[in-house]
Design a protein around this ligand. Sequence first.
Ligand code: S3P
Length: 434
Amino acid sequence: MNSSNNLLVNKSNPFIGTILIPGDKSISHRSVILGSLANGQLSVKNFLNSEDCLCTVSAMQQLGAKIVIDNTSLSIEGLGLTQLKEPTNTIDAGNSGTLMRLLTGVLAIQNFNSTITGDSSLINRPMKRIIDPLQACGANIISDNFKAPLNINGNINLKPINYKQEIASAQIKSCLMLASLFIDGTSYFYESVTTRDHTENMLEHFNYKITRSENISTIVGRQMLTAKDVIIGSDISSAAFFIVAALISKGSKITLPDININKYRLGIIHVLQKMGADIKIYNKRSESNELIGDIDVTSSNLSSITLDGNIISTLIDELPILFIACSVASGISKISGIEELRHKESDRIKSMEEGLKAVGINVSSKHDSIEIEGNEIHGGKINSFGDHRIAMSFAIAGLVSKKSITITNTKNICTSFPTFVDIMREQGAEIYEI
Ligand code: S3P
């Protein structure tokens, strides 16, 4: 586990062989929240044992669920929908927007009051997007300018939800879907851009009946979730760092087994293939109502890409590492419709633009777009602004950089990928904690 706050990465040898990626973060959060709301005992395998997901475990324990952690396995004794208990302390969501937004949907409709807060990054992220639709149904959430801490006065009589997507966000949809489980009546969810559907898939896995088409889902509240074991596929967002590493480091050839390949998460693969990447997905199978597959990646010459529109939500978390791929691709890449990046763990357009300029790449940005001119990466010192995905993206850039790349503020890698530095070392990367 990387406990140092700065990393230095030198040009390294190609990556070869099999790399085991930890469990999917989005599904790990949902397994703990929904598992705790199920009736009965269940186990979770390949759980992501990272800071973000451990915050979700603590939160559900505070609400009364019995959860035992054994490395990447969990055993959960679910409470059902009616037995959550009032937390004695403020719930700490740490760095996790997913936890704060999803759990607020549950807390808004309890017969008790609660407060949820987070770290210095999370308390600056927008929560109006969940507060407004919850309040439209009768929820009572008090905040300072729609930022955490959120003081939630529980109201068990929320009206059914009629959600019409304004921002393409699985967190908003999932927050409201979780609230709808407790609501008497039928709630409707309309998305013009369909976002990751892990919540819907897990509800069905727990035998909770919902109706679904590509754009509309309906949920009748107050049914039962039946406890069932969950096996989580490995996280494509974490895999993306090693996919790009193998593509840009000549002579690489890697295999990534058991990756979750949910179609609303596959944008990064489609885009890299369009840029000329040799990536193969095979051995596709279904596990716990999600699609899983193995991925082979061989180093490739990449060309620039122009991107915009619905595909953005299917690679939203992979944009920082995609920008690294664009930085070494031939030609100028232009990626638009990415304003949401300004609201992540850091302002990722700004963090990436500053970092890329510092290592010698020509970049320019507007409020919702970026242009990157592919070239040789020279090296230098960059600030990750405490954002895990920025830190890991520049660590991968260091593998092909002329001179070393030093990255400051890298502790947050532990929020999503605690084994990242270890895997880099196993692959022979010259990476040092300084
Ligand atoms: C997530 C949805 C995405 C993503 C985040 C995880 C989820 O956020 O960026 O890392 O688990 O639902 P938005 O819903 O805000 O796009």
